[in-house]
Design a protein around this ligand. Structure first.
Ligand code: GLP
Length: 241
C-alpha cells in the first residue's frame, strides 16, 4: 500500500488525474473503473483540462461506473449518469457505447446486475479503479454488513448513507433507498486501485480501514488485501497517520 498525503486539494487532484493520464498514455485501451460523489470531481476537472490540451484521449478506453441509484430518472441531476456526463463524458472523446453505468431504471434490477456483470466479465479486468470512501466505510455502495457480495447487486442504502447524500437533493425523501453497485469482488480484482479521501470528517474511518482489522462491517478495510493500492489523502484526512 502506498499512502501519499497532499498539502492542497489542487495537488491531490492533479496527482490523481496524473495516474489516469499516464495509464491512458501507455495503454490507450485501458479499462477504467470510475467513481462518483464529491471526492473525484476535481480529478475529472483536471482530466478534462488535460484532454483539451491534447495530453490524452479516451477514444479507445472503456469505463465502468461503480454504482447507480435505483429508480432515479436518468436525466435527474443527481443520477450518476447525469453526474458522469456533467463532469467527464460530455467533455472528452470516450465513445458512449464504451462508457458503462448500471441502469437504475431497468424493469428488472436483478437482471440488470447480471447484464452489468457480463459486461465486466467481457472486459476481463479493470486497469485502474478510482474509489472514494463513505463515512461508514462503504466503497461503491457496498455498505457495512455481516457479509459482503462479490458481484454486481442491488443494495438497500443505509440511513447514514442516505443522510450523507441528502446534501445533493432537495429533501431526504428524494434520496433513493436502493442502488445497484459493483461488488467488492470486482473492485478487488482491479489491477490498481486509487483510493482518494479528503476531509477531517473521514480521517477516523480511513485510518481504521487501512490500519485496523479487516472486517466486512468496514468494507474499505478489505482494500488492505489488495497488492497495488494507492491512497491519496489531503492533510485533514491524513490526521491519524
Ligand atoms: C457515495 C458513492 C461512493 C462515494 C461515497 C463518498 O454515496 N456511492 O462511490 O465514494 O459515497 O462520497 P463523497 O465523495 O461525496 O464523500
Amino acid at each position: 500500500m502506498n499512502i501519499v498525503t497532499f498539502e492542497s486539494t489542487e495537488e491531490l487532484n492533479e496527482a490523481g488525474a496524473g495516474i489516469v493520464i499516464s495509464l491512458l498514455q501507455t495503454k490507450p485501451d485501458a479499462v477504467l473503473g470510475l467513481a462518483t460523489g464529491g471526492t473525484p470531481v476535481g480529478v475529472y476537472e483536471h482530466l478534462v483540462k488535460a484532454y483539451r490540451k491534447g495530453r490524452l484521449s479516451f477514444r479507445k478506453a472503456t469505463s465502468f461506473n461503480l454504482d447507480e441509484y435505483v429508480g432515479l430518472p436518468q436525466e435527474h441531476p443527481e443520477s450518476y449518469y447525469s453526474y458522469m456526463k456533467q463532469h467527464l463524458f460530455d467533455h472528452v472523446d470516450l465513445p458512449v457505447h464504451q462508457a458503462h453505468i448500471p441502469d437504475g431504471n431497468a424493469e428488472n434490477p436483478e437482471e440488470e446486475c447480471r447484464r452489468y456483470e457480463a459486461k465486466l466479465a467481457e472486459a476481463k479486468q479493470i486497469d485502474l479503479q478510482i474509489l472514494g470512501l463513505g463515512h461508514n466505510g462503504h466503497i461503491g455502495f457496498n455498505e457495512p454488513d455481516h457479509t459482503l457480495v462479490s458481484g454486481t447487486h442491488v443494495v438497500e442504502l443505509k440511513e447514514e448513507t442516505r443522510k450523507a447524500n441528502a446534501r445533493f437533493f432537495d429533501s431526504m425523501d428524494e434520496v433513493p433507498t436502493h442502488a445497484i453497485t459493483m461488488g467488492v469482488g470486482m473492485i478487488l480484482k482491479a489491477k490498481t486501485i486509487l483510493l482518494i479521501v479528503r476531509g477531517e470528517d473521514k480521517a477516523d474511518v480511513v485510518h481504521r480501514a487501512l490500519t485496523g482489522p479487516i472486517r466486512t462491517e468496514l468494507p474499505a478495510s478489505l482494500l488492505q488485501t489488495h497488492p497495488n493500492l494507492v491512497v491519496m489523502l489531503d492533510q485533514a484526512a491524513a490526521k491519524h497517520f
